[in-house]
Design a binder for this molecule. Structure first.
Ligand SMILES: *Cc1c(COP(=O)(O)O)cnc(C)c1O
Length: 387
């Protein structure tokens, strides 16, 4: 990336067609386009550069739902989506778009069976996330992709969280639009991509107007260094995903072993359909804000999405899964990654054991809770994870 930032490197504008330096920058951008396309089974010209998944999601959903060529003004999403999707849909409701926010099935999953009854003759778009960023659950994208394609409905997938863990194939999975974020797979922050199926590119209504970059869909000078970093990260994650997942399955099992001494730990979200390394745990009778405060200088943990961690309301994802308010307020999210070590896992488990115990000792509700053991299930020690 630094090679594209200074005078001693290639600082030229990738859109400058009149000099060699501009051409060199363009080549770097094109190579990144191939790398990102390869990650999701797309052609390079179907990749549009953006500032991150939030912008990709806005261009995708608004760009489609504002198109005059649509067959209807109805769209479907889920109540478990990231706020980038939820708030974009709410903004569109003010423009007269009819949005159905579906709840998941009993396992907390969005499946073809959940989507199917909500499809209407005027449904133009279905937008769902691949992997949930708070509980790690996986959506069966291929089954839903085929269902909606049969009906001639467009399908947008928010793959910000999934790209680091699971493969996605725009063609085979029947997807029309995919939003990606570089920093969710070890790339730079402020860089993202939007896959738009070739035949849709003339349909989408752009949010910004200007120099016509990115096929007129996203005007503005390209940040070469960000794009190079995004491309490199996409290539690396494709090669390393399997090894990463194996590492995370082992760390996760170690973490669960380290937590078995804590009484009453509940895993939020489906225990089977999830990616390794993203764990949402409830410690009944422990205020998660107090737990995070006690650990703030030792471990980087959160109660939900980093984007909403400044709010004190219970997570909309946990509420959407039917988790009661008090359990939601006792839940934390533990996120492991490629660079997490076994020593760190032991350290976190020790910290959690100590602080959960001391906070419960101060909790008047804890004694009453213990006498009602049937209210909780023990921590899961077996995890299927990913092969
Ligand atoms: C992080 C995230 C986003 C937003 O991505 P940015 O690149 O930070 O804008 C959207 N959806 C999901 C599922 C995410 O995890």
């Amino acid at each position: 990336m630094s090679q594209y930032l200074g005078c001693d490197g290639i600082f030229a504008n990738a859109s400058s067609a009149t000099h060699a330096a501009g051409h060199q920058a363009r080549e770097a951008v094109d190579e990144a386009r191939h790398l990102v396309g390869d990650l999701i089974g797309a052609f390079p010209h179907e990749i549009i550069w953006t500032s991150g998944a939030t912008e990709s999601i806005n261009i995708a959903i608004k760009g489609i739902m504002r198109s005059p060529t649509l067959r209807g003004r109805h769209m479907i999403t889920s109540c478990l989506e990231h706020s980038a999707v939820l708030d974009t849909c709410k903004a569109l409701e003010c423009e007269g778009v009819d949005v159905t926010f579906l709840s998941p099935d009993a396992d907390g999953l969005m499946t073809a069976d959940v989507i199917q009854p909500a499809l209407r003759d005027d449904t133009a778009l279905v937008s769902l996330m691949h992997v949930n960023n708070e509980v790690g659950t996986v959506t069966d994208i291929r089954a839903i992709g085929h269902l909606v394609r049969e009906r001639g409905i467009l399908f947008h997938v928010d793959a910000a969280q999934g790209a680091a863990r699971l493969p996605l194939d725009a063609q085979a999975d029947g997807i029309d639009l995919i939003s990606l974020s570089a920093h969710k797979f070890y790339g730079p922050k402020g860089a993202g991509a939007l896959y738009i199926r070739d035949s849709l590119q003339s349909v989408i209504v752009p949010l910004t107007h200007g120099g016509g970059q990115e096929r007129g869909i996203r005007a503005g000078t390209l940040p070469t260094h960000q794009i190079v970093g995004l491309g490199e990260a996409a290539g690396l994650v494709r090669d390393q995903r399997q090894a990463d997942n194996k590492h995370l399955v082992a760390l996760e099992a170690q973490l669960f072993r380290g937590l078995t001494d804590i009484e009453h730990v509940i895993v939020n979200g489906s225990p089977s359909h999830r990616v390794p390394g993203l764990i949402n745990l409830a410690f009944p009778c422990v205020d998660s804000a107090a737990l995070l405060l006690a650990l703030r200088d030792k471990v980087a943990l959160s109660s939900g999405s980093a984007c909403t961690s400044l709010q004190s309301a219970p997570s909309h994802v946990l509420r959407g899964l039917g988790v009661a308010n008090d359990r939601a307020m006792s839940s934390i999210r533990i996120s492991l990654g490629r660079f997490t070590t076994a020593q760190e896992i032991d350290f976190v488990a020790t910290c959690l054991r100590t602080h959960v115990a001391s906070l419960r000792a101060l909790s008047p509700a804890w004694e009453a809770y213990q006498t009602d053991i049937s209210a909780a299930s023990p921590v899961e020690t077996e995890h299927t994870g990913l092969a």
